[in-house]
Ligand binder design. Structure first.
Ligand code: F6P
Length: 483
């Protein structure tokens, strides 16, 4: 039976040194890990990735972290220079901002590309060492777009018919992509995979437009939602596969006694207030300052909200070694301070701000307790927080305000209240709309969103991706329970 080999920059945990021979293991944050982990747990297989530290990987803590995983873990080591130039550099100072349409944030340092290729080659070597010839290889995300090319250059003995890729972040339109100095090299590398999956139709459209413009020797054939590219005598399939969540696990978690109690406590701390939730990794693509400005604008223009709403904003630390992320945190701190300084009374503080990740029970308690989720990324591959919020609303209450530029908007419209995150006044008006919404309307909308999130869950996502892959390779991995 073919095994599933997941290859991603992040493993589902991160090691960190807290002193000589002292290590902490923390769950990795972000959409990729939260979606892929339940899939591997269910199907078994191997996960090749980086445990988040530069230099030698300590074997003891690694064994500890992977003991109960239920699948094999193969760590890939990065030196300090590689971490700086591949991870912080090309991945997060070039591709990340560019693919989120923020080209002014890019640092197109030429050395980064060399490091990117070099680390991708290391991943290809790890695949060759650990995968059997008929394994199903599924590479994830923007850090590893060069892996298939590196495998082909090495004449890898693996099943290259089942060499597939999924991009978790958006793919930009041609006018933005064309700023990338390595645009041709990168597209050529992507076309070495046999199946390319994107989150939304928007991303597929952008990708195909870039291929048509940058790669005249590639031929794009589209019929409805089926897209095939002919390139170098091969056929590459392209499709959109919106990622989902493990709905049952969120729903069951939200119903637990512990979460119920914590959510009641949270509610009791804010009598007579509707609670609004923002929850994001620290990232300039998440639209946190815009959201805070909209909240301020709503408090200024709508007196009825004062003392009657509170915004709980959770920001999970991320990539803080990159100067822009560090500065960005300062900006959020100042905006929160400004709102609280201006509007607080002796009995009411408008913004509750947490700069830390919450444990799972606490997070689910927040989803359950908050009347409105307010998620306003400037651009986002999917935004799984929106889906997690719906899954946890077992009472079928709760309104979702969502950026029109989040991938999730394609699935959750028209029941989510869609906003342009650059339009502060519109967002403020939408807060009021959600605040005033009748319980019956909230329930009707939430029911439909929950139905969608339950149906198009993470297992549906993986099944649809593997079904598309099965058109290329004869056998793809099945679920454990079917074995
Ligand atoms: O979901 C997008 C994503 O970039 C993942 O690829 C990544 O693992 C996650 O966000 C968190 O970012 P990082 O791995 O840089 O901490």
């Amino acid at each position: 039976m073919n095994r599933l080999i997941i290859v991603s920059n992040r493993l589902p945990f991160a090691l960190d040194s807290t002193g000589a021979d002292l290590w902490t293991v923390t769950p990795a944050v972000g959409g990729l890990v939260s979606a892929v982990e339940p899939v591997l747990r269910e199907r078994g297989g191997t996960w090749i990735g980086w445990p988040g530290i530069a230099g030698k990987i300590p074997q003891g803590p690694l064994a500890e972290a992977t003991r109960d995983a239920g699948y094999n873990v193969v760590p890939v080591a990065l030196s300090e220079t590689e971490r700086n130039e591949f991870y912080y550099g090309y991945s997060n100072e070039v591709i990340w901002p560019l693919f989120h349409d923020l080209q002014n944030f890019c640092n197109f340092e030429p050395a980064y590309w060399q490091a990117y290729k070099q680390v991708n080659e290391r991943y290809a070597d790890a695949i060759i060492r650990n995968a059997r010839p008929d394994d199903f290889i599924w590479v994830h995300d923007y850090h590893l777009m060069y892996v298939a090319q590196a495998l082909r250059e090495r004449s890898a003995p693996q099943n290259l018919a089942a060499l597939t890729f999924f991009l978790h972040i958006p793919f930009p339109p041609y006018d933005i992509f064309s700023k990338l100095p390595q645009q041709r090299g990168l597209l050529r590398a992507l076309l070495q995979f046999n199946l390319l999956g994107f989150q939304t139709r928007r991303d597929v459209r952008n990708f195909l437009q870039c291929v048509r413009r940058v790669m005249p020797d590639a031929k794009v054939l589209s019929r409805g939602e089926t897209h095939v590219i002919r390139f170098e005598k091969r056929k590459i399939r392209v499709g959109h596969f919106p990622i989902g969540i493990d709905f049952d696990s969120f729903e069951n978690g939200a119903k637990s006694e512990e979460v119920t109690q914590r959510s009641q406590q949270l509610r009791a701390n804010f009598p007579d207030c509707q609670l609004i939730l923002g929850s994001d990794r620290l990232d300039y693509s998440k639209g946190i300052p815009e959201r805070l400005r909209a909240f301020r604008n709503a408090l200024e223009r709508y007196a009825e909200l004062r003392g009657r709403v509170a915004l709980i904003q959770i920001v999970v630390p991320s990539r803080v070694e990159i100067p822009r992320y560090h500065e960005f945190k300062g900006r959020i701190d100042r905006l929160v301070g400004d709102i609280n300084g201006h509007f607080s009374t002796s009995t009411w503080i408008p913004v509750q701000y947490h700069f830390r990740g919450l444990d799972r029970e606490d997070l689910l308690a927040h989803y359950r307790a908050c009347d409105i989720a307010f998620l306003t990324p400037l651009k986002d591959g999917m935004n799984l927080v929106a889906k997690e919020y719906c899954a946890c609303r077992t009472d079928e209450d709760g309104a979702l305000i969502l950026s029109q530029f989040a991938g999730a908007a394609e699935q959750l419209k028209p029941d989510a209240l869609l906003v342009n995150p650059y339009d502060v006044e519109l967002m403020a008006d939408t807060i009021v709309k959600a605040f005033r919404m009748s319980p019956a309307e909230r329930t009707a909308r939430m029911k439909r969103m929950r139905r969608n999130v339950r149906k198009e869950n993470v297992f549906w996502w993986v099944d649809s991706f593997l079904a598309a892959a099965s058109l290329l390779a004869k056998r793809v991995p099945r679920r454990r329970r079917n074995l």
